[in-house]
Design a protein around this ligand. Structure first.
Ligand code: FES
Length: 268
């Protein structure tokens, strides 16, 4: 058999490429937005204050398992809580959505490129010479994404309940809450819509709905729910960014209203 001689392929140095387009541009917003979000969310989670306003509860703090607000499920911080350990209701719950986003297939692709430069972009030299994949610690933990999905679904249903409660206002001196619509109610409503679009378009959720068959076309397991999830999945990147930005804005809105800097306008 004849063999064609192939040129020896030399490994590119870090950043070396023949590409002439601005291949690095798509990573810039990823670095800027994710850095800003992580900084803000960390700061907000440690505040343990100004996370409620009227019937509104910040989504960073929900479900509030322990805390001082009327939204707390099991009362205030327990007396046995070690004094050296920072306490905030958000610190008890944020690991669920944080680990879920961190292990999301879409986010992995974007922050591996943007932060770890692994690879910086298609056909651009990488800083590392080995590739171990996600079979070893710590990256093998990314495989827990499917369990993060289950926990996040529970949190999402709690957020839906929070939205319902956000439409019931109690006037000063009155014990009976009445239905009303404030700007904050609509902000929290849009928050669960965007988070729902992100959650229900998750790759793992599609697998739950129909991925146990090798071939789905023509299969009776191909349900409307599967098709809806696939439809959301096609715009997974957009849902991911929109829900990320909006959940931070929802916390900021409630925080600024609680501080008296912004006024929550009642529409109804
Ligand atoms: Fe993005 Fe599951 S793949 S949330």
């Amino acid at each position: 058999m004849a063999h064609a001689p192939l040129p020896v392929i030399q490994r590119r140095r870090f950043g070396e490429t023949l590409r002439r387009d601005a291949w690095w541009v798509s990573s810039v917003p990823v670095v800027v937005i994710l850095t800003a979000f992580i900084a803000y969310a960390t700061w907000a989670a440690f505040q343990n204050a100004h996370y409620t306003f009227g019937p509104y509860l910040s989504p960073f703090y929900s479900p509030e398992l322990l805390g001082d607000s009327p939204h707390a499920w099991f009362g205030p911080k327990p007396v046995w809580w070690p004094g050296w350990l920072p306490f905030s209701p958000a610190l008890l719950i944020l690991p669920i959505p944080a680990s879920f986003r961190f292990s999301c297939y879409y986010y992995r692709g974007s922050y591996y490129k943007a932060f770890w430069q692994d690879p910086p972009a298609c056909a651009v030299g990488e800083p590392r010479k080995t590739y171990l994949g996600e079979r070893f610690l710590p990256l093998s933990l990314q495989n827990f994404h499917r369990y993060g999905l289950l926990a996040s679904l529970i949190v999402w249903f709690v957020l839906v309940w929070d939205v319902w409660r956000a439409f019931w206002f109690t006037a000063p001196g009155v014990t009976q809450a009445t239905f009303g619509i404030g700007v904050g109610s609509l902000i929290l409503l849009l928050n669960v819509i965007l988070l729902g679009g992100y959650l229900f378009g998750c790759h793992s959720f599609r697998h739950v709905l129909g991925g146990y068959r090798d071939v789905l076309s023509g299969s009776t397991t191909r349900t409307i729910a599967y098709d809806c999830s696939s439809c959301l999945n096609r715009a997974h990147m957009k849902w991911a960014w929109a829900s990320l930005l909006w959940v931070a804005f929802a916390d900021l809105y409630i925080r600024l209203c609680s501080l008296g800097i912004w006024t929550d306008v009642r529409i109804v």
